[in-house]
Design a binder for this molecule. Sequence first.
Ligand SMILES: Nc1ncnc2c1ncn2[C@@H]1O[C@H](COP(=O)(O)OS(=O)(=O)O)[C@@H](OP(=O)(O)O)[C@H]1O
Length: 376
Amino acid sequence: MAVSLTSRHKIVLVFLGLLLTLTVASRFWYSKHLHGLLCAARTFNQYAYSDADTTRTLESDGYLPVVMTEVSEEDVADKITDLKNHIRKQRITEEKQALELGIMSRQMKKRLKKQKNPSMGSVATQVLPKAIIIGVRKCGTRALLEMLETHPQIAACGPEVHFFDKNYDRGLDWYRRQMKPSVPGQITIEKSPSYFITETAPRDIHSMNKSIKLVVIVRDPTTRVISDYTQIASKGVSKLAGFEETVLSQGEVRTSYKAVQISMYSKHLQRWLDFFPLAQMHFVDGDKLIANPLPEMKKVERFLGLPDFISEKNFYYNNATGFYCLAGDLNSKCLSASKGREHPKVSTDVIRKLQDFFRPYNEQFFKMINQRFNWP
Ligand SMILES: Nc1ncnc2c1ncn2[C@@H]1O[C@H](COP(=O)(O)OS(=O)(=O)O)[C@@H](OP(=O)(O)O)[C@H]1O
């Protein structure tokens, strides 16, 4: 009897012991694994979700919390940028250390060679431009600058500076202070389309920097005149006559009309060639830039000595406007409605007169630049 009681006690004791072991083990497993998962969930929540109710939800309901609350796209984008910057900084530190120690992986060497971001971490400063888009007005100068700016090694000044035509007496230091801050390795650039026709601009730009790179965008001169006229007309100039009366005088092209003068490209170009070798100039086909920007942009990229970056991913065709726009990871951008205005209807007779008028100037221009454009 006494033995059987002892055995029963033993069984109960073993059972209690097992229960205790299971409880301790489960607590241990919870703290080790479930707590780890909770931390992971919290870390994740730091980036995407609010974790305010995380602990309470877990404790009361016993399941992992994925409590989604309102988070704006900007918040997520900011966090992603923070992470990217962190990774980039870490990489730069690693590269620096590797350079100091003289050990570099093949990947690091490749990365440095590519030099997409040669000076991350440097302080941005304002420097004089290394390249200028000098014109021509109404040929696509804005589109060209905006498209160029998609390149990480371009620091483009947004507004037109008009230093060499209107603000020259303010001095070079004023000019420098108008530039977008840049880091070493970036090319600072500005566009002011009126430089192309400003008599003193070639000389003054040359005296600032005789090895500066000059980019000129041109377009069929007749279309350019119509575009120029449309721009002035859009400003509501009250005394502006219709296109035909403005551009013709007694049936002949009115050479005193400024828009006509601007389209006589060869006359203006000669002044530039008096100061700069042709090799320092690049001519963009503005008509092609409208129809298919990538090939033109690749040529500009090469001319400026930039690493290969701009690709078809940077553009998309906007059916509504009939123009290419800039595509971005988080935002895309089309030029304002002042670009791509509807032109007035012009009779074929007037168009032909303008084309005949510009033809000899065009031929001269093609000879000067050793390049032809497909203008009628
Ligand atoms: N992608 C894209 N989107 C919109 N517009 C484009 C584009 N590419 C070139 N263009 C043409 O740019 C013309 C305006 O030229 P500019 O920027 O040089 O004009 S300005 O001199 O700065 O006023 C403007 O001329 P108009 O069409 O006569 O308005 C456009 O045809």
